[in-house]
Unconditional design. Structure first.
Lengths: 320, 660
């Protein structure tokens, strides 16, 4: 199980932005997937292939037995079985009709669930943009490895999805899809995951990219994936100033999703308490995932997305 | 503790009530808070749930903050009452120290310190001797009176002001200084004036002071009733010889020559030998050795001087020592050893006479030695004027001819008997055998002109329009027969009579009329440039500056100032000895420039003999005695400091969220 709380190695809050509210800036996604981004993806795909050659081909051994080439087991012959798979050597030695079973190989299904709630529209850069870039990068690597990759945006409901498909050329559809994803609504992780598992018949890897700011808690949502035989992969994205805001004075804080307002007077001790609370919340998510052998990564938006993706691959948390 | 209460206590109480009320209201009012959007308020709520346990402290610290603000306000208002430790001194005085900074204070007694330096030391001693309850004000006295401070009890601050005090080049105006001091002391407790100076003041002012106003109804009296006036004398030397008058003028008949008038006086008690050197620019043009008896005033006239190219003249007095250079050339008071005067500059003129052989006219032109005369007949003139072949002339005199083609501006024009459509003034009618009854004595053309005995055969009456700036120079009863006007850049003089029909040429008035006219054309009508005295307001006539509101004055020391121009006259205060330059500009173009000389020329200032006693209004002034010292500590500064310290604490605690 890989769990890493990634600290920014480049970027980070600058002096000019320090002290300001986490910016809820314009959601302009036109320049999100530019040529530079594509170059980075190529590089990431190459590095990923070099690192995981052999172990991470598109071929995935499943628990199903069928028409593969690798021997798995024997079973008694039953009427109607294909004679070609009868083990004649065993019949010669033991006089029993046994059928040779092979491990069936199939494509891996990767579902990338991107949180598109209102809280993701906060940060500099927007957490949503960061999440989309990471999602696109993971998509590209998956597509390059001949996996079937689909994208499922969610907030308080499941938004229109990009159906799983394979082939590198699909990446442009992915970009187009991400650019047009509708954003807004409160986070309802449990409800969305419930709908997701019932909608997707094929099980596979479910990468959840979110800030996990769900007033109802994150546990039910992740468990929903686990209980329905998906392999959850948790990627928590947050803005540095969410974790350690530099506020002062008398303020009215307003929840950007629920609109709930609260008057506070920010003191140093209050800020310290808040930072500790935020850290505790992240630690809870971390502990939850660790206890259930779920890969968990935490990152700030200050960390370049390609560095994050490489880190994920180096840690071996994405594909096993 | 005593409260000086410069602001009435009732006012302070009112201010306290208003500001206190506003402070309380400000704390009661709920301030509009900044809105801050957070992505997940649940985390904040969790934190606040824990913090809400301490809400009692929150209320308390709000109250503490209010009390702190009210306390700061109370401290500031208390400081405004000027509280002091110690009792109020009933003998505390209000003292105006008049510092004589007139020219005589530049005297260097016995070759050591100047009187000004000694006077400043006396002033410092006086300030040091003042008690804690005394208030003092510094007044600087020269040609003007300048207050250097208001009434304060901060003696170190007044001492600092004394550092910048320097003597001027102007005589002392004691009347103005005493009047200003008396006005400043009006209504103050135990008023006192201390005059620190050398006593070089005019007797008239000293006699004008009155000590009991109801008994004296003179308008020029200086009312010092109820004021204790003291005098601190400075100075030792009495020996001084100074120039008290210096002027120069050109001769009217021969403007290339000039004469100089210098008046020198020995103010000392011994016979003085001096060398009087007259300079034109930097070139000495005359040296005289003089010996003056004590109190002797010597007038020196230098007639028929013509040397030197510079129009700036300077007279210098030097000690007549046997070996020049080994002794100090100046005496104890060098300011009156140098005097300046200006000579009106002469401008060479090219004049064209358009006449049919008028010998009188040509002969009269010979009077004017700075003029070059050409002559043309009217026909020749018309021919050359049409051909544009006329060389540029300063002025053209038309004798019985009024041509249609005139020389280009700024050639000035003078007409005799101008008839026809091109005449400068329209002819109204003719008068036979008139007498000149009125001549404008103020106009430069008709200045000094006597024409009442001039006979005329016939004259034309001219139409003069005053609204267009045309002026009448001479009248016969009410009829204008001579007139002048400006036409753009040129000046025009017209005489309504023919030179063939008058005996004017036989009179002195004729050459004078021509000379005056040519001088007016050349703006060179001054034969005497007045030498001004420092310490007076100077009125300088500036030609052709009606549309300019301000002139620039450059003092001899190089300092520039502005002088208002009213009715073509610039007015400014001459504070320095030397040559001042007044320039009137419009849009960067120099319209007029005038130089003028200012000299001390004040016998009362040059008489540097110090008076150990001063008799003011019949009362001999004595030196001030020692001031009684009372210890009173002003508290307002500490209170303000305390208020500032509390503000700093409030600021610090506010930003650390200890207070609200």
């Amino acid at each position: 199980v890989a769990k890493r709380a990634l600290k920014p190695t480049v970027g980070g809050p600058t002096a000019s932005t320090r002290g300001r509210a986490p910016a809820k800036t314009g959601d302009d996604r036109s320049a999100l997937f530019d040529e530079e981004f594509l170059k980075k993806l190529e590089h990431l795909a190459l590095v990923a292939r070099k690192t995981f050659t052999g172990a991470l081909r598109a071929e995935r051994r499943t628990k199903k037995v069928g028409a593969g080439i690798e021997f798995a087991d024997h079973r008694k012959y039953a009427a109607g079985d294909d004679f070609r798979y009868l083990d004649w050597n065993v019949y010669g030695r033991l006089d029993r009709l046994l059928l040779r079973l092979f491990e069936e190989e199939e494509d891996l299904h990767i579902y990338i669930l991107v949180d598109c709630s209102t809280s993701m529209r906060i940060g500099q850069p927007l957490k949503l943009h960061y999440a989309m870039q990471v999602a696109a990068a993971l998509c590209y690597i998956g597509l390059a490895n001949l996996d079937r990759v689909g994208i499922v945006p969610f907030s308080d409901r499941l938004h229109d999805r990009l159906a799983p498909a394979r082939g590198k050329r699909r990446i442009f559809k992915v970009f187009e899809f991400l650019r047009s994803v509708e954003v807004g609504g409160v986070t309802n992780l449990a409800g969305c995951m419930d709908k997701f598992v019932h909608r997707e018949k094929r099980r596979g890897l479910a990468v959840v990219i979110s800030d996990f700011y769900d007033p109802r808690g994150f546990e039910a949502g992740i468990n929903e994936l686990r209980y329905n035989k998906f392999e959850p992969f948790v990627l928590q994205v947050y803005d540095e100033r969410e974790a350690s805001p530099t506020l002062h004075g008398d303020l009215t804080i307003v929840d950007c999703e629920t609109g709930e307002a609260k008057e506070i007077t920010v003191s140093r001790s209050l800020l310290e308490a808040y930072k500790a609370e935020h850290a505790r919340y992240c630690a809870e998510l971390d502990a939850f995932c660790t206890a259930r052998a779920i890969p968990y990564f935490r990152t700030t938006t200050a960390l370049p997305f390609d560095e994050l993706v490489l880190r994920i691959f180096r840690e071996g948390g994405f594909l096993r | 503790m005593t409260l000086l209460a410069p602001i009435p206590l009732a006012t302070i109480a009112l201010v306290a009530a208003v500001l206190g009320g506003l402070t309380v209201v400000a704390y009661i009012l709920k301030m509009r808070r900044r809105r801050f959007e957070v992505p997940f308020s649940t985390l904040w709520q969790r934190v606040l749930r824990e913090k809400d346990a301490t809400s009692l402290w929150k209320h308390l610290r709000r109250l503490l903050s209010l009390l702190l603000a009210l306390f700061i306000l109370a401290l500031l208002l208390f400081a405004a009452t000027e509280p002091r430790l110690g009792q109020a001194d009933p003998d505390a005085r209000s003292v105006v120290i008049i510092l004589d900074t007139s020219a005589s204070m530049k005297t260097r007694d016995e070759g050591k310190r100047t009187r000004m330096e000694v006077a400043l030391e006396r002033a410092r001693e006086l300030l040091d001797a003042m008690g804690g309850g005394d208030h003092a004000m510094l007044l600087r006295m020269d040609g003007q009176t300048t207050p250097l401070s208001r009434f304060v009890d901060d003696m170190p601050a007044l001492r600092r002001l004394l550092r910048d005090v320097a003597p001027s080049d102007t005589p002392a105006d004691l009347r103005r200084a005493l009047t200003a001091a008396a006005d400043a002391l009006h209504g103050r407790h135990n008023p006192m004036i201390v005059l620190i100076g050398d006593g070089a003041y005019d007797e008239e002012t000293l006699a004008a002071a009155v000590w009991d106003r109801p008994g004296d109804d003179r308008l020029d009296a200086i009312d010092l009733s109820g004021i204790d006036v003291r005098y601190l004398p400075v100075g030792k030397t009495a020996e001084n010889v100074g120039i008290v008058a210096f002027n120069v003028r050109r001769y009217i008949a021969n403007k290339m020559s000039y004469e100089v008038f210098i008046e020198i006086e020995n103010f000392g008690n011994e016979i003085a030998s001096r060398k009087l050197v007259l300079y034109s620019g930097d070139n000495p043009i005359d040296v005289r050795r003089l010996e003056l008896a004590p109190g002797e005033r010597l007038r020196q006239i230098y007639p028929d001087l013509s040397g030197g190219d510079d129009h700036r003249l300077r007279a210098e007095l030097e000690r007549d020592s046997a070996t020049p250079g080994d002794a100090e050339v100046r005496d104890a008071f060098p300011l009156d050893d140098v005097a300046w005067a200006l000579l009106p500059e002469r401008k060479r003129q090219d004049v064209l006479l358009v006449t049919r052989d008028n010998l009188y006219l040509e002969g009269a032109m010979l009077v004017y030695d700075n003029v070059r005369v050409d002559k043309l007949t009217p026909d020749e003139y018309d021919r050359e004027a049409k051909a544009g072949a006329l060389p540029p002339y300063t002025a053209v005199v038309f004798d019985g001819h009024a041509p249609a083609t005139l020389p280009p501006e700024p050639t000035h024009l003078m007409y005799f008997d101008a008839k026809g459509p091109a005449a400068p003034f329209r002819r109204v009618r003719s008068v036979r055998g008139p007498r000149v009854t009125e001549v404008d004595p103020d106009h430069p053309v008709t200045r000094w002109l006597v024409m009442n005995d001039v006979n005329f055969d016939e004259v034309d009456v001219l139409e003069v329009d005053r609204k267009r700036g045309e002026v009448v120079l001479a009248r016969s009863v009410r009829d204008p027969i001579m007139a002048a006007k400006r036409d753009g850049g040129r000046k025009i003089v017209a005489c309504g009579f023919s030179l063939a029909g008058t005996d004017l040429m036989m009179r002195v008035a004729f050459p004078l009329l021509l000379v005056n006219t040519l001088d007016w054309f050349a703006s060179d009508d001054a034969d005497l440039i007045t030498t001004y005295r420092t310490g007076t307001r100077v009125l300088v006539p500036m030609d052709a500056t009606a549309e300019v509101a301000e002139a620039e004055v450059r003092a001899p020391g190089g300092a520039a100032s502005r002088a208002p121009l009213v009715d073509g006259r610039a007015t400014f205060y001459a504070a320095e000895v030397g040559i001042h330059t007044v320039v009137a500009r419009a849009g960067g173009q120099v319209l007029g420039e005038m130089m003028l000389a200012a000299n001390l020329a004040s016998p009362s200032e040059s008489d540097i003999e110090p008076s150990s006693e001063l008799n003011l209004g019949g009362r001999t002034l004595s030196a001030p005695e020692g001031f009684s010292v009372t210890r009173r500590q002003a508290l307002w500064s500490y209170l303000v400091l305390a208020a500032l310290a509390l503000l700093a604490v409030e600021w610090l605690t506010y930003h650390r969220r200890v207070t609200v």
